[in-house]
Design a binder for this molecule. Structure first.
Ligand code: SF4
Length: 363
């Protein structure tokens, strides 16, 4: 594992200005009109931000000096300051970024055979309180602006530019509950997906929720071709409420109704994330109950063998038992895979690096 640490912070001017990555193309046109500028400049700004990945306003050479000055007056280009960059032996890179107000977030670059995937954070901390998750320690500090989410992908892409590589997919599974910051998340999705923005195909973007039911209905009605995943982790109400307190507000049977609505409305398959916690939810009877729960649903189950969580009491399920769990599901007709482990020699699990390095934020 290789780790680089930096000291210092970004300019506090960011506290009064918006991130330049916050605006969708149509919002840029409106802003330009308000400034007395030609709306076609919106495409040029997008080009500088997402295709040329300009590092300064000065670089934007086909914009007039007065427009560049206006941009500089209203927006900031750099909202993320890299505090730590950890590189795993398998190529996974974990970034700990500091934001303009001193709080920190994590972003992860994962290397797959099919390309480079970025896992982004949507909130500083999280208020959902899943019992297995380091991201929720210290609660929710604040939501991220759309531009602060976009900036994570741009930062990783700038790192990849050095080796002429490209971000090819995005997972919204970092710190925070994306559906608890819905509007900014949606704006982020649109900027990522736009052919003049990062141009990442909807089918290469995955959003995951712990189960905020009203937002699932809303998301289904957006009718986007985005991959959608539910963090399930338990096959029944009682066990799920123990692992994920959100299940007390949004109960499993109601969640499954919302999931069925999503699948019927969009025609798309849904994924369930199922973390295996040793001795808690990893027995054959749990697999049987899980198969029953998803019976008849167009879905896929992603089994995630969970490592020891230092802040919690969970232990890893033995390998033999992981395979037995998978076999039981498969024999019962369920589409299932086991997630490949990545970044095992760095703090790759969500929120672990932040919890270790920023103790004052996560108490
Ligand atoms: S697993 Fe996700 S929703 Fe649950 S506490 Fe962690 S960040 Fe929040």
């Amino acid at each position: 594992m290789k780790q680089e640490k930096t000291t210092g912070t970004i300019a506090t001017e960011a506290t009064v200005k918006r991130s330049i990555y916050s605006l969708q193309l149509n919002e840029w046109r409106d802003w330009l009109k308000e400034q007395g500028e030609k709306p076609f400049r919106a495409e040029q700004i997008y080009d500088w931000l997402y295709k040329k990945r300009a590092a300064s306003f000065e670089d934007m050479s086909n914009l007039s000096k007065s427009l560049r000055d206006k941009l500089e007056q209203h927006f900031v280009l750099t909202t993320l300051h890299t505090i730590i960059q950890q590189t795993s032996s398998d190529g996974t890179i974990k970034f700990l970024f500091e934001l303009h107000d001193g709080v920190s977030i994590e972003t992860v670059l994962m290397r797959h055979e099919y390309g480079n995937s970025v896992c982004v954070t949507t909130q500083v901390g999280c208020r959902i309180g899943c019992t297995f998750c380091a991201s929720t320690l210290g609660g929710l500090k604040r939501n991220l602006e759309a531009g602060e989410i976009v900036a994570q992908v741009v930062k990783v892409q700038q790192t990849l530019d050095e080796t002429d590589e490209r971000v090819s997919s995005i997972v919204i599974m970092g710190i925070g509950e994306p559906f608890d910051n819905y509007d900014h998340m949606l704006s982020f999705l649109k900027i990522m997906n736009h052919e003049k923005g990062m141009n990442i195909g909807a089918r290469h973007i995955t959003v995951s929720t712990s189960g905020i039911i009203p937002r699932i209905y809303q998301f289904a009605d957006e009718n986007m071709q985005i991959n959608f995943a539910i963090s399930l982790h338990a096959p029944n109400t009682e066990l799920r409420s123990r692992l994920m307190p959100i299940n007390r507000a949004y109960k499993l049977p109601d969640l499954m109704d919302a999931v069925r609505y999503y699948v019927n409305k969009t025609g798309r398959r849904i994924s369930f994330e199922y973390g295996l916690f040793g001795g808690v939810n990893d027995q054959v009877e749990h697999a049987e109950e899980l198969a029953q729960l998803v019976k008849g649903l167009k879905c896929h189950i992603n089994l995630i063998p969970v490592n020891y969580v230092p802040e919690r009491d969970y232990v890893r399920t033995p390998k033999r038992q992981i395979f037995q769990f998978e076999r039981t599901l498969r024999d019962l007709g369920v589409n299932v895979t086991i997630r490949r482990e990545q970044g095992h020699d760095i703090e790759a699990a969500c929120g672990q690096l932040r919890a270790k390095e920023r103790k004052e934020e996560t108490r």
